[in-house]
Design a protein around this ligand. Structure first.
Ligand code: NAD
Length: 350
């Protein structure tokens, strides 16, 4: 397969730290151009990626005939404008998560990509982690019986500098701190991944969402502590509890519960089941050591490249990413309106 020629829009932390190395590890994509409003960052990434071209104009990159697909790694509020620009030039689109800051924007991008016949994927890489694949396989085998719920707890402490310079300090910026540019705090920034993961594992959308959140300690407009309860269409009741301001909090692995078993999404993955299932001992904990999750971004990119060549389905499509965004929007609305928010089935999907 000929490598898919990509242009990078946004050459900040994630593009340099994770996406470029994953492109190189995949071998199915080749960087031909890089763009950032900070030309030094664009040049740096182009040189590291072996690309001959860099620019500070998105239109210039999107219009290049040698670019087949565009990877957007900008602040959240720019995902849709950049994606639309790429689609207008007939380029396949791969945007970082979340797809957009509002459902209305996400729908515009989904519709534009459909109109132009280009692929739209969103970098929800947790689906490609070995723990997610193994969990999906065990659920398919029936270890849980009927899925009753889950707990996804992510309590930790982020340095205040994270909000203005990420983990590496490559870019100094305030986009993460403002609602207009990030769309939200922990829920939008981090739990978006977990919401997508659960969505892909359960295969059904939530029917209703109730949430409470606050900003306890961080000098930002967005939340640094959030609790969401979601009821899914299969009946499962799940809890997302996350924060960046919990000193000393211990890591809690994700749990998925069912009428006949429990999966603990850790490494080793642990599963307990009352069912008789080949390869598993009933009524006791079974352990499955897993390979590292390091390759998950490269695996995602490989599937995206194969999709461009018509050899695979696109990973994490715009429609699927819209589901997570609708949950997040409903959670924010839930606190504003002090009530659970019902989600219409696949409402106005595209
Ligand atoms: N998938 C993941 O696991 C993961 C992890 C971290 C971050 N992200 C996502 O990646 C995206 C970028 O995050 P980051 O941490 O790299 O942020 P960052 O601030 O380090 O980088 C953003 C880059 O976008 C550039 N930019 C800003 N305005 C632009 C414009 N108009 N045109 C072109 N470039 C512009 C900035 O100069 C900067 O270099 C966000 O969507 C974030 O949520 C994803």
């Amino acid at each position: 397969m000929k490598p898919v020629r990509v242009g990078l829009i946004g050459c900040g932390e994630i593009a340099a730290k994770d996406t470029l190395p994953a492109i190189q590890a995949s071998g199915r994509l080749k960087v031909v151009a890089a763009m950032d409003v900070n030309l030094d960052l664009a040049r740096d990434l182009a040189e590291k990626g072996g690309a001959a071209f860099w620019t500070d104009r998105a239109e210039t990159l999107a219009a290049r005939p040698d670019v087949e697909a565009v990877i957007v790694s900008t602040p959240h509020h720019l995902h849709v404008p950049m994606g639309l620009l790429a689609a207008r030039h007939g380029k396949h689109v791969l945007v970082e998560k979340p797809i957009a800051t509002t459902g209305a924007d996400a729908r515009r991008l989904i519709a534009a990509c459909k109109r132009k016949g280009v692929i739209l994927s969103v970098l929800y890489i947790r689906r490609f982690e070995p723990v997610a694949r193994k969990t999906a396989e065990l659920i398919r085998k029936g270890v849980l019986g009927r899925t009753t719920g889950f707990s996804l707890i992510s309590m930790g402490e982020k340095k205040e500098s994270y909000w203005t310079s990420g983990f590496t300090g490559r870019v100094v910026t305030d986009w993460r701190t403002r609602k207009a540019t990030s769309g939200g705090g922990f829920l939008m920034m981090n739990f978006s991944h977990n919401i997508d993961l659960i969505q892909s594992l359960l295969g059904v959308e939530p029917a209703s969402v109730y949430a409470q959140y606050d900003t306890f300690r961080t000098p930002v407009e967005v939340e640094d502590y959030v609790s969401v309860t979601a009821r899914y269409r299969c009946g499962a009741i799940g809890t997302f509890l996350g924060s960046t301001v919990c000193p000393g909090a211990l890591r809690v692995p994700d749990h998925i519960f069912g009428t006949h078993g429990t999966i603990v999404m850790d490494n080793p993955l642990r599963v307990f089941t009352r069912k008789k299932i080949r390869g598993l001992k009933p009524d006791e904990w079974n352990e499955f050591p897993l390979p590292s999750a390091r390759a998950s971004r490269a695996d995602f990119l490989t599937q995206f490249a194969k999709a461009v060549r018509g050899q695979a389905a696109p990973p994490a499509t715009g429609e699927e990413a819209l589901v997570s965004l609708r949950v997040i929007e409903a959670a924010y609305r839930s606190q504003e309106e002090r009530k659970p928010i019902a989600l219409a089935r696949g409402a106005r999907r595209s």
